[in-house]
Design a protein around this ligand. Structure first.
Ligand SMILES: [Zn+2]
Ligand SMILES: [Zn+2]
Length: 378
């Protein structure tokens, strides 16, 4: 935090909802952080989405909160002393609804350009004829794997998707991209295939949901790629480039390297900057290390869950997660988490898929050196 200051402009509730924070970098640049409310509650509560306004000759906004956040976000921007037409560009950290839900509202009101990873451009469009089932024909590719029931989709998603499909996106390509003199973007897939990490003045690191304090971000599964490969450019030729736990671990290792290159990077995450009445500032390198250890431990707990014979992902989730985390939609999240680890354990030779959607352990623990070798690469 050397040379940087953090001031509360507007106090929010104990989770940070409604809070406005002003961060001043030693370069003199100010970044405003705006916390917009999420609906997702229960035991997997992420807290509000933290959206960031990067000031300077041009104004950049990173993320726009969930759908319906647009008006309160615009109000927060004006409370920070800026007006709508001043906003030059909205950067999207990744295409999850709690980050791009307000995007079309903000873009409409401000005329700002939108910069997102090019994969996002492909995922927000429908592809009639390529969708996996008839009821998904009019839904964008990002929803082809969605496990939510029809009633939920009708109520929460239809308008959101319609708005998103119409957005004009400046698609960012390559592992690294200079958006302005101050702002560098890095492609850090894994939590989402289109995830970007933003570095400002080599002083602040804004990783969206790729690195969070306090909670471990969900990796995607490599098998999601089976469907989207037909619509993505050929350069994304392998699932593990952009999906799954392996891609995720590689991305956070790259972020750790950025931390070595620019010591003292201030981590400004997509959730939990402030939560339960306290700041959650964490040191980047030790947080990345903790995330690696978490995933090794998760593989160990899966191995233990399989010691008495083959199990399904749901049965493994029952053993690896506390009951409160498995209630309602939580079970889907837990199964996703288990499956992403099983994919890695299949590759490291520790697990095999058996019949009836079950998995069996080979009683080895190659996953540990496998994961540690990702951590130590380059
Ligand atoms: Zn996310
Ligand atoms: Zn999020």
């Amino acid at each position: 935090m050397a040379g940087k200051t953090v001031d509360v402009v507007e106090m929010g509730d104990s989770s940070g909802n409604g809070m406005i924070v002003k961060i001043k970098l030693s370069s003199g640049r100010k970044i405003f952080a705006f916390a917009t409310k999420n609906i997702y509650g229960g035991n997997w509560n992420l807290g509000p989405t933290w959206n960031y306004l990067i000031t300077g000759d041009r104004l950049f906004l990173l993320d726009t909160g969930r759908r319906g956040s647009g008006p309160s976000l615009m109000e927060m921007i004006s409370l920070a002393g800026f007006s709508a037409p001043e906003l030059d560009c909205v950067i999207l950290s990744h295409g999850h609804e709690d980050h791009d839900g307000g995007l079309s509202y903000v873009a409409d009101r401000t005329g700002a350009k939108i910069s997102a990873h090019e994969i996002y451009q492909y995922l927000i469009k429908p592809y009639p004829g390529k969708a996996p089932s008839p009821e998904k024909q009019n839904f964008p590719a990002s929803c082809w794997r969605c496990p939510m029931p029809e009633s939920f989709v009708r109520e929460n998603c239809r308008d959101y998707h319609r708005e998103r499909m119409g957005l004009a996106i400046n698609g960012i390509e390559g592992p690294e991209y200079e958006l302005s003199e101050a702002i560098k973007l890095f492609h850090t897939p894994g939590h989402s295939p289109d995830a970007l990490t933003v570095v400002v003045d080599n002083e602040a690191l804004l990783p969206g949901d790729t690195i969070l304090p306090d909670i471990t971000p969900h990796p995607t599964q490599e098998r999601f790629y089976d469907l989207t490969k037909t619509i993505l450019p050929e350069k994304y030729a392998k699932a593990q480039q952009i999906y799954g736990l392996q891609a995720y671990l590689r991305s956070i290792k790259e972020i750790k390297k950025l931390g070595r290159k620019f010591p003292g990077l201030l981590l400004l995450p997509g959730h939990r900057l402030f939560f339960e009445d306290r700041w959650q500032f964490v040191e980047l390198e030790s947080r990345v290390q903790d995330l690696f250890e978490h995933h090794i431990e998760r593989c160990e707990s899966i191995k233990r869950a399989l010691k008495d014979g083959p199990r399904t992902a749901e049965e493994i989730a029952q053993q690896c997660f506390e009951q409160r985390l498995l209630e309602g939609y939580g079970m889907n999240l837990a199964i996703n988490e288990v499956l992403s680890h099983l994919e890695l354990m299949e590759r490291s030779g520790d697990v095999v898929a058996t019949s009836n959607m079950k998995f069996a352990t080979k009683n080895s623990a190659n996953f540990e050196p496998f994961i540690r070798s990702i951590m130590e690469q380059g």
